[in-house]
Design a protein around this ligand. Structure first.
Ligand code: NAD
Length: 344
């Protein structure tokens, strides 16, 4: 199955469960990490036909998503003498694809790259849409570029080795897409069995279609693309409070979705029944929905540190019923505090 990402001259296809021989003229460098490389590198290398193949293995973990690792990758590309007519292939989760994309965007001012995402989160979200980058001491993903891949290959079978919590973290982002854009997809989630490979492929497919729709309309996040940050305004504060330890990003997003929903209920945008249905669905996938806020005022003040809040206007992305979204910039502090008090 193939899904088109329509971006004029930067258009490309996402192939789902169609990975086969990949032919290139010239050199190819596969960037992966120690864990994914051990699982899938040999197979992927055997599918690549190129004049010369190189492998760059980076350490596994978000803590290595930084400029030092980028330097290291660039160094290896120069040593291997790749030039602008060659190709980089990212094999791994969102960390590998974000960094490989960034390297591709700056290596000799831009070299082609392809991604083979191996986590659910990367398949349904990170690998599509061209956001690349790294973290620094000021925050996550603050250094980066918009740079589209030439193709994306999502193989659902690669998800079989994914740890259970990592899988669920990807499901949280997929459920986010359903709540924001597609009520029928949400209902599908309520009855599907993710152990069933057809159901899993359907989830990947629908998420990629929805992401294609969003990115096709708003590649640079000037409007609609911000909707993908639903749940994230709250999640970023939680992650920050926890020093990025203990919860996976997708787990923090699940809590953030529940918080946003309770705000939407208080504003009359979502019924209690709908908010409960969403919470039940997240719980069905073993995702957390509860969090103990120690100080709701401090929590509120942290919203303004989020890079998504422009000129200190706090934008809340909320469901307007299941399957529709609304961006609100005029919610009073007291209304938000009232909701935060529910999470004590
Ligand atoms: P990750 O890349 O760290 O992968 C999670 C863990 O799973 C790692 O330990 C990894 O080695 C392991 N892993 C990967 N594939 C595996 C497999 N098939 N089997 C077993 N283990 C496997 O994390 P992630 O959740 O994929 O991505 C998170 C990153 O993505 C964050 O840095 C986030 O900022 C970024 N992101 C980017 C975008 C975007 O639009 N560019 C969107 C969402 C998230």
């Amino acid at each position: 199955m193939q899904i088109d990402i329509n971006l004029d001259k930067n258009s490309y296809k996402v192939y789902i469960d169609e990975l086969s021989t990949l032919k290139f003229k010239g050199k190819v460098a596969v960037i992966t990490n120690s864990k994914v490389g051990g699982l899938y590198l040999a197979e992927v290398l055997s599918l690549i036909e190129a004049d010369e193949k190189y492998t760059i293995t980076i350490p596994d973990g978000e803590e290595y998503k930084n400029l030092a690792t980028i330097e290291n990758i660039l160094e290896q590309l120069f040593v291997s003498r790749l030039d602008r007519s060659n190709t980089i292939i990212a094999l791994g989760g969102g960390v590998v694809s974000d960094m490989s994309g960034f390297v591709a965007s700056i290596y000799e001012r831009g070299i082609d790259f392809i991604t083979i995402p191996t986590t659910l989160l990367a398949q349904v979200d990170a690998s599509v849409g061209g956001k690349t980058g790294v973290n620094n001491k000021f925050g996550k993903n603050l250094i980066g570029s918009f740079y589209q891949p030439r193709a994306v290959y999502c193989e659902s079978r690669f998800l079989k080795t994914l740890p259970r919590r990592e899988f669920a973290a990807g499901i949280a982002e997929a459920i986010k897409m359903a709540i924001m854009f597609d009520e029928k997809f949400f209902e599908f989630f309520e009855r599907c069995d993710v152990q069933n490979s057809d159901d899993l492929t359907k989830i990947i497919q629908r998420c990629v279609e929805l992401k294609a729709m969003v990115v096709g309309q708003d590649e640079r996040e000037k409007g609609l693309r911000a909707v993908l940050n639903y749940g994230h305004t709250f999640a970023h504060v939680i992650e920050n409070e926890l020093n990025y330890k203990g919860l996976l990003h997708g787990e923090a997003v699940a809590i953030g979705i529940n918080m946003a929903n309770r705000l939407a209920v208080n504003l009359g945008l979502l019924s209690v029944n709908e908010a409960d249905r969403i919470e039940d669905l997240l719980t069905k996938f073993n995702l957390p929905t509860k969090y103990k806020i120690k100080d709701e005022n401090a929590f509120y003040e942290s919203f303004s540190l989020d890079k998504k809040s422009e000129n200190s206007v706090i934008k809340f992305i909320l469901p307007d019923g299941i399957g529709k979204n609304i961006i609100k910039s005029d919610i009073k502090k007291e209304q938000v505090i009232e909701v935060l008090r529910l999470f004590k």
